[in-house]
Design a protein around this ligand. Structure first.
Ligand code: CA
Length: 305
C-alpha cells in the first residue's frame, strides 16, 4: 500500500472548508467555507485568491457553461456572477425549514445538480437528497438522510456513489442517465470506526474512489471492488472533501476544517482549514457543468489534457 502526505497549498483558515471544484478552462479551484457563507477562488499559478460573500450558508458550488457558478445555499439554489459577485436565487425548496441547510453537492454527467441537506443540529434522518434540473425545477429524490455528503458517477453513467456520513458507509445506486432516477441502493465500502467518517469524494480516471475521512486525518483511495488501495495522510484531523485539478488533472486538492478542533488542537494543527495538495499518481476527470446536458446526453467534457 502506498502512503503519501499532502502538503499545504493555501493557508485558507476556513472554518468549514468544503466542496473543492476545479475549473479547467480558467485553471482555478473553487471551494466554499460553509458556515461563513463564502465561496473562494484559488488560482495556484500565479497564486491568487478571490473571495465572494454569499450572505448565507453555502454548501456546494457547481460550474456552468458561463462565468457564473450555481450554489447550493441554505434553503435552495442560487447563481453567483463571478465578475460582479452578485448572487441571485434560482430555486427555493417548497418546504424550506430554517433549521436545515444544504451540504455537499455535484453535477451529474447530464448537467443536473444533486445536493443533500442536513439539520443544523445533525439530528438523525432530517435531511434529503435533491436534484436541480437545468430548467430550474427541484426534485426530492430520497429522504431519511442525516449528513448528506459525497456524490459522484461512474464513467459509464450506470452507477451513482453516495455518502450519508453517520452511516460510515459509501453506498452505490443504479443510475439512469436519461431520467436521472436512482435505485437499488447498497453498501460499497464500510469505514471502520477508528478511521473517521466518510465525507466528500471524487472518482479518478481509473474508476477508483477518493474519499476524505472526517476525523481521520486522511484521504483513502478505494478500488472498484472496494479494496483500499492508497492512504494519503493530511496533517490535520478534519479533511472534508477532495477534487483533482491542475493543468494535467494530476493534483489532488483536499479541503479541511478547523470548526471541531479544541483550542489546544488548533495550536497543534495551525494549518487546519487550509487547502492541501498531493500528486498521488492517478489523474482526475474533468468536472461536470450545470446545464450542459441538453438532450440528456453526457456532457461534452473539456478535452483531456
Ligand atoms: Ca462535507
Amino acid at each position: 500500500m502506498i502512503a503519501t502526505e499532502a502538503a499545504l497549498a493555501l493557508d485558507a483558515q476556513a472554518e468549514l472548508g468544503e466542496g473543492p471544484m476545479w475549473d479547467p478552462r480558467v485553471g482555478c479551484l473553487y471551494f466554499v467555507d460553509i458556515l461563513r457563507g463564502r465561496v473562494h477562488r484559488f488560482d495556484p499559478v500565479p497564486e491568487q485568491v478571490r473571495s465572494y460573500d454569499v450572505g448565507r450558508m453555502v454548501g456546494a458550488v457547481a460550474l456552468t457553461e458561463s462565468d457564473d457558478l450555481i450554489l447550493a445555499v441554505q434553503d435552495g439554489f442560487a447563481r453567483l456572477d463571478t465578475r460582479t459577485g452578485a448572487v441571485h436565487t434560482v430555486a427555493t425548496l417548497d418546504a424550506a425549514q430554517p433549521d436545515l441547510r444544504f451540504n455537499d453537492g455535484k453535477c451529474d454527467p447530464a448537467g443536473r445538480l444533486w445536493a443533500g441537506t442536513m439539520a443544523l443540529d445533525e439530528r438523525r434522518g432530517a435531511g434529503a437528497v435533491y436534484r436541480l434540473d437545468p430548467g430550474g425545477r427541484i426534485h426530492r429524490i430520497f429522504g431519511d438522510v442525516t449528513i448528506s455528503n459525497g456524490l459522484d458517477w461512474s464513467d459509464d453513467c450506470a452507477t451513482m456513489y453516495y455518502i450519508d456520513s453517520p452511516t460510515r458507509t459509501i453506498d452505490v445506486f443504479d443510475f439512469d442517465l436519461s431520467s436521472g432516477a436512482v435505485g437499488n441502493r447498497r453498501p460499497f465500502v464500510r469505514i471502520p470506526r477508528d478511521e473517521g467518517v466518510p465525507d466528500g469524494m471524487t472518482l479518478d480516471a481509473e474508476g477508483y474512489l477518493w474519499v476524505a475521512l472526517w476525523g481521520g486525518g486522511a484521504v483513502h483511495r478505494y478500488a472498484p471492488d472496494g479494496r483500499r488501495a492508497t492512504v494519503i495522510r493530511v496533517p490535520t484531523r478534519y479533511p472534508t472533501s477532495c477534487a483533482f485539478g491542475g493543468a494535467d488533472l494530476g493534483d489532488l486538492y483536499i479541503t479541511t476544517a478547523h470548526v471541531k478542533l479544541t483550542p489546544q488542537e488548533r495550536v497543534e494543527q495551525p494549518q487546519a482549514g487550509g487547502v492541501f495538495v498531493v500528486r498521488p499518481g492517478p489523474k482526475g476527470r474533468p468536472t461536470n457543468r450545470f446545464g450542459c446536458g441538453a438532450g440528456l446526453q453526457p456532457c461534452d467534457r473539456d478535452p483531456q489534457p
